[in-house]
Design a protein around this ligand. Structure first.
Ligand code: FAD
Length: 384
């Protein structure tokens, strides 16, 4: 890229939030420049569980999950120590790696006319009354009337999230495995959610014969285990023998797991009159839901589509969007955060497991309360 020019809309980040907004804005004939830090598609830390709402958005955006080989998941098995309890999900979920999914959505955005520039980290954003200025790592500065900030977990200087009151002490890991054939069959159609002291994990099949193990663990427990992945896996398997069985003869597909530190679970952007109009915060920049809900991607897609729709009808009046999105996702984030705090203690894990065992519908009920509600999805997808 060269020159210090002026754009109508700059989107920072090409994950699901940024790419979904790019698709809708480009479809409406707007001039869109999307800047993505990574030079290539990569594996992101994510359970890769797609809820029904995420699927609704993806299908509207032209993503063919069957064509991409996504797995189908209709049951949830909660595992704690030697015990397991299983319920059917209230919908058929899908499993697909983020490396495949995010790239497919960026391809959609490009085919609709968005300009996608990779290998272009935004270093900082500053505002004067009507213009945003971007300092870029690889090119000369640019300006824009409107910013869609979709940089996910990564904050950008000048527009950082205030995450002081969130649960920032958790570390996320992800590793793909090729499981033994018998274990692939046993896991087919099911997501295993494993509660262990220090955190929880999700294991499910994604595309082809690949399984994704994704987990969060407290920094304290990880430190106690010598900050070693193999010690963490041994700790989980020791506490939960069903996991030992799953990983018997499994072949890890990356040399080391992907990781992410200081996930600000519970963060919910509070609209602030001092924040510049023309700054739209999307995805993890507007709210971070604890990952066991499997709703982070649907929130990213919801916020991307809703922000684009709001921009098309109200221009730079981003506070309208921030009030709407807060009311759409606030309850889910608060409830999921309370549950997340509960399972951090042995007594809480025990209670959640036993309630689920004697009253399986409780799990289904909680799942429905932590989702983006149908009416909100319909509003975001309504024609402008
Ligand atoms: C452990 C864990 C498990 C999870 N499991 C699930 C699950 O099973 N199901 C689910 O629905 N959700 C899950 N989530 C949540 C989900 O992964 C996120 O909510 C979702 O990825 C947010 O999308 P996003 O587009 O906001 O951000 P991201 O997907 O993180 O995308 C942000 C993009 O911005 C780019 N970027 C960052 N900084 C810059 C910069 N300065 N300049 C330019 N580009 C930049 C990044 O490279 C990236 O491509 C999980 C999260 C965690 C931590």
């Amino acid at each position: 890229m060269s020159g210090g020019w002026h754009e109508e809309i700059v989107i920072v980040g090409g994950g699901l939030a940024g790419a979904s907004a790019a698709c809708i804005l480009a479809d409406a004939g707007r001039s869109v420049l999307l800047l993505e830090r990574d030079a290539q598609p990569r594996h992101k830390v994510c359970g890769e569980f797609l809820s029904i709402e995420a699927q609704t958005y993806l299908s509207r955006l032209g993503i063919d999950l069957d064509g991409l080989g996504a797995s189908r998941i209709s049951r949830l098995r909660l595992v704690r120590k030697r015990g397991a309890t299983e319920v059917s999900l209230p919908f058929v979920a899908r499993g697909l790696s983020r490396k495949v999914l995010d790239e497919a959505l960026l391809v959609q955005a490009r085919s609709r006319g968005a300009r996608i520039v990779r290998n272009e980290p935004v270093r900082s954003i500053s505002f004067d009354r009507t213009t945003a200025r971007f300092a870029l790592a690889a090119s000369r500065p640019i300006q824009a009337d409107t910013v869609f900030l979709a940089s996910g977990k990564h904050d950008v200087r000048g527009v950082k999230r205030p995450t002081a009151n969130t649960m920032g002490d958790l570390i996320g890991f992800k590793l793909h495995y090729r499981l033994a054939k018998s274990q692939q069959r046993a896991l087919q159609g099911c997501v295993d959610v494993i509660l262990f002291s220090g955190g929880y994990a999700g294991l499910q099949m994604i595309e082809k014969d690949i399984a994704n193990l994704c987990l969060v663990v407290s920094r304290q427990r990880f430190d106690e285990l010598g900050r070693r992945w193999d010690a963490l896996i041994a700790h989980m398997a020791d506490e939960c023998p069903p996991l030992t069985e799953r990983l018997q003869d499994a072949q890890p597909l990356f040399p080391r797991p992907s990781s992410i530190f200081q996930i600000p679970y519970g963060f919910l952007h509070a609209p602030d009159a001092r924040e510049p109009q023309g700054l739209y915060r999307l995805g993890d920049q507007v709210g971070v839901i604890p990952s066991f809900t499997g709703e982070g991607m649907s929130i990213a897609l919801h916020s991307g589509c809703l922000a684009a729709a709001t921009y098309l009808s109200h221009g730079t009046a981003s506070s309208i969007f921030h009030h709407r999105v807060r009311s759409d996702i606030g309850r889910s984030i608060r409830l999921a955060s309370a549950l997340n705090r509960t399972v951090r203690h042995e007594a809480g894990r025990h209670a959640v497991f036993h309630v689920s065992r004697i009253w399986p519908d409780a799990m289904r009920y909680v799942t429905s309360l932590t989702r983006v509600q149908e009416a909100a999805v319909a509003r975001a997808l309504a024609p402008p």
